[in-house]
Write a protein that binds this ligand. Structure first.
Ligand SMILES: Nc1ncnc2c1ncn2[C@@H]1O[C@H](COP(=O)(O)OP(=O)(O)O)[C@@H](O)[C@H]1O
Ligand SMILES: [Mg+2]
Length: 314
């Protein structure tokens, strides 16, 4: 089903204690893509992923994964890293990876073989035969991630995979996600760290309060905002001031304003002809963070940065 949808959801709704956690969500995740679900804590990301996987039932709405209406029918083709992590502390690292594969139908012998290679490729070659309890939290999380993909799933669902990892392991995880996608898998992950989604995702859904605020490509989200101009001039005043938009802000001599609809050229002409004396000039396309603020609001954006996911290792 190249060109098809790995996930399609329509009107997913789930309430807990009479309060909507997921309030009518539609999703369409193209096969082979890297898809991000962005939203602050409590937005409904985990509940959405669980419904897609058939771990909890929606109150209303429906979804398919890999073309199947019953998610559990696709179980062997799916890998899932839950937000609550946990491995058996006494189990050897290699066994833990093979064990997770076996839960998804992979013969143990094959799993052990693949586990060695995966562990080696991900900086854990020295720990293949060591127990999980001898690993750091971040290492254990990497092991769980490898266990999530050891059966070579076509759809990989990762709930806050970056939280709890240091910068090096976050980088490794990004590479691993890209490699899996290059090999044809579809990856959907939730995050409250905008930078990961910005670097990795073809498409994103921004959710807050159980609702989709935006769905589309990262570029489309960024295009919601006008490019920002920053300008410093030698002259303090002059005819050139007329070319600066009325709503421009000025801080310590630095003008900041949205690029006018007419583009940069009329502005430049006005500055040059009007004797402004350009000292500093930049035009910057807003990043996904700025777009997120515009789409989901300041409050949601503040909550994005500083919460780690739940991490229970062993
Ligand atoms: N099993 C549950 N029982 C009761 N409330 C829940 C349960 N799971 C999630 N919730 C509530 O639903 C809302 C969405 O939670 P969740 O899907 O975990 O959001 P996120 O993953 O975006 O942080 C939150 O208000 C949360 O407290
Ligand atoms: Mg969550």
């Amino acid at each position: 089903m190249v060109g098809g949808l790995a996930i399609e959801a329509k009107g997913l709704f789930k309430a807990f204690d009479g309060k909507a956690a997921v309030d009518g969500i539609d999703l369409a995740v193209p096969e082979g893509s890297i898809y991000g679900i962005l939203g602050p804590n409590g937005a409904g990301k985990t509940t959405t992923l669980r419904m897609l996987l058939g771990i909890i039932d929606p109150d209303r709405g429906s979804s398919t994964i890999l073309g199947r209406a019953h998610p559990l029918e696709a179980a062997k083709l799916v890998g899932y890293l839950p937000e609550e992590r946990g491995l058996y502390p006494a189990m050897k690292t290699k066994e833990a990876v093979a064990f997770m594969g076996a839960l998804r139908g992979l013969p143990l012998g094959v799993g052990r073989e693949r586990a060695e290679g995966l562990l080696r490729d991900n900086g854990l070659g020295d720990y293949v035969d060591k127990p999980i309890k001898s690993l750091s939290k971040g290492m254990a999380q990497t092991v769980q991630l490898l266990g999530t993909i050891v059966h070579r799933p076509r759809l990989i669902v990762l709930d806050e995979p970056f939280s709890g990892l240091d910068a090096i392991n976050q980088g490794r995880l990004e590479t691993l996600i890209r490699d899996e996608a290059a090999g044809g898998a579809t990856i959907i992950f939730s995050t409250h760290v905008i930078a990961h989604a910005e670097r990795l995702c073809e498409r994103i859904a921004i959710i807050a309060g159980g609702r989709i605020k935006f769905e589309g490509s990262v570029a489309d989200a960024r295009d919601r905002l006008r490019p920002q101009v920053r300008l410093r001039t030698k002259a303090a005043d002059g005819p050139w001031r007329e070319t600066i938009p009325a709503n421009a802000r000025q801080e310590q001599g630095l003008w900041q304003f949205e690029l006018p609809r007419g583009g940069i050229e009329p502005l430049l002409r006005g500055l040059l002809d009007g004797g402004a004396g350009i000292e500093e000039l930049s035009i910057e396309r807003p990043g996904l963070h700025e777009a997120f603020v515009a789409i989901a609001g300041e409050e949601a954006a503040r909550e994005m940065a500083d919460h780690g996911g739940t991490e229970i290792v062993a």
